[in-house]
Design a protein around this ligand. Structure first.
Ligand code: ZN
Ligand code: ZN
Length: 198
């Protein structure tokens, strides 16, 4: 079902529902989410369960968008999905517990309910904090700033100074030990010459 309503709503129809399960499948333009990252196709797929005037909606929502990798800062395209669980109740059944997933509606006058704000909240919360362009994104070189996913660089050693200095220190220690050896402990040759001379 294509959304032909206001450009800033994603309404689900609640007129003429059967008791029990009613499948819901609708597309929307992700631009209506009015959140800069989302653009492209959005969809809602789920079940609207009717029990007299009580309606329970369980769905999976998703939307495409343009995102920036948190590791390498490259732009990439992704599709964000989130579960949605909503309850539409007439005023007499209002639980008054502040549950944001509960919507109060008038069964006599309401033919559709806009779930755009719910979809928006669910999708924005579902954007990962560490959002990678690909699972094995190599990120940027801390030394030259090149994108290691697609660029060659030759500053591998500079990017690991600790390892380089450790190796240098080992060499220095070995040289010092070799230098000190003749003074501390005379070689067997020197000792033999000493014996002969005396
Ligand atoms: Zn990346
Ligand atoms: Zn580099």
């Amino acid at each position: 079902m294509k959304n032909t309503h206001s450009p800033h709503s994603v309404p689900i129809n609640i007129r003429g529902l059967n008791q029990g399960d009613n499948p819901v499948a609708l597309d929307f333009d992700a631009g209506v989410l009015d959140y800069p990252d989302f653009a492209g196709k959005g969809s809602v797929n789920g079940i609207l369960r009717r029990d007299s005037d009580r309606l329970d909606f369980e769905a999976e929502v998703s939307a495409e968008g343009n995102f920036e990798c948190t590791r390498c800062a490259e732009a990439f395209r992704d599709r964000i999905s989130a579960p949605l669980s909503l309850h539409f109740l007439p005023p007499r059944l209002e639980p008054n517990d502040g549950d944001p997933n509960v919507h109060i509606y008038d069964p006599l006058s309401t033919s559709e309910i806009d779930i755009l704000p719910d979809i928006r909240d669910a999708l924005i919360l579902a954007i990962p904090m560490r959002h990678l362009c690909r699972p094995d994104c190599k990120g940027l070189c801390p030394t030259c700033g090149k994108n290691l996913n697609r660029e060659q660089h030759d500053c591998h050693e500079q990017s690991e100074p600790a390892g380089v200095w450790q190796a240098l220190n080992r060499v220095k220690e070995r040289l010092r030990a070799e230098e000190n050896q003749p003074d501390d402990r005379p070689s067997s040759e020197t000792y033999a010459r000493h014996l002969k001379e005396n």
